[in-house]
Design a binder for this molecule. Structure first.
Ligand code: ADP
Length: 189
């Protein structure tokens, strides 16, 4: 289906936020829209990367940073080759996110912002209940830190907007930053 999106420069669209904030949900919508527009897309999901490229890593700061650097390394290779890379990873530490930003250059940071109480209420994977019960140690937002981005390209308040609205704002941002050439009829759709 031609929805008017056109391939442009490669980029890394990096979603950071708490578990249950909405990273995967928004990624799925944005990925589909980009593919419908024939933009070459690859998704790097933090949980999936942990089952292969980062197998064996835990949740200490060091291991989390290693995981993010590995994702960033792959994202950089793809971005250089004109791919639209979507990263969906909690990536709780600012310093290493900024390091990846510097390495990649074409880096669009999206803060998927949602109060931990709302994420815990959603409890998509049942992890918050276990974290509050003390069964999961080092759980981001409960017993482990999350450092919000200071100046992300975009902040999505997922407790105040729908997934479709959030995805729309992501695509608009990619257009504004010159990564997508969006036909007018798509903008009105
Ligand atoms: P994450 O990948 O960040 O762990 P998920 O996408 O798996 O989070 O889960 C987010 C949950 O929040 C889903 O059940 C989704 O339907 C809901 N939700 C409500 N509003 C939004 C929004 N604006 N964006 C994304 N998800 C939302």
């Amino acid at each position: 289906m031609d929805n008017g999106t056109r391939p442009g420069r490669g980029f890394t669209l990096w979603f950071t936020g708490l578990s249950g904030a909405g990273k995967t949900t928004i990624t799925d919508i944005v990925e589909k829209e980009l593919r419908d527009g024939s933009v070459p897309v690859e998704v790097l999901d933090g949980d999936i990367v942990r089952t292969n490229l980062s197998k064996g890593l835990g949740f200490s700061r060091e291991d989390r940073d290693t995981n993010v650097l590995r994702i960033g390394f792959v994202a950089d290779l793809l971005t250089r080759n004109g791919v639209g890379v979507i990263v969906s990873a909690i990536s709780p530490y600012k310093e290493v996110r900024d390091q990846v930003r510097r390495n990649i250059g074409d880096f669009v940071e999206v803060f998927v912002d949602c109060p931990v109480e709302v994420c815990a209420e959603r409890d998509v994977k049942g992890l918050y209940a276990r974290a509050y019960a003390g069964e999961i140690k080092e759980f981001t937002g409960v017993s482990d830190p999350y450092e919000p981005p200071v100046s992300p390209e975009l902040t999505l308040k997922t407790d105040e907007e729908s997934p479709e609205e959030s995805a729309r704002r992501v695509l608009d941002t990619l257009v504004e930053l010159g990564y997508l050439d969006m036909a007018e009829e798509y903008n009105r759709a």
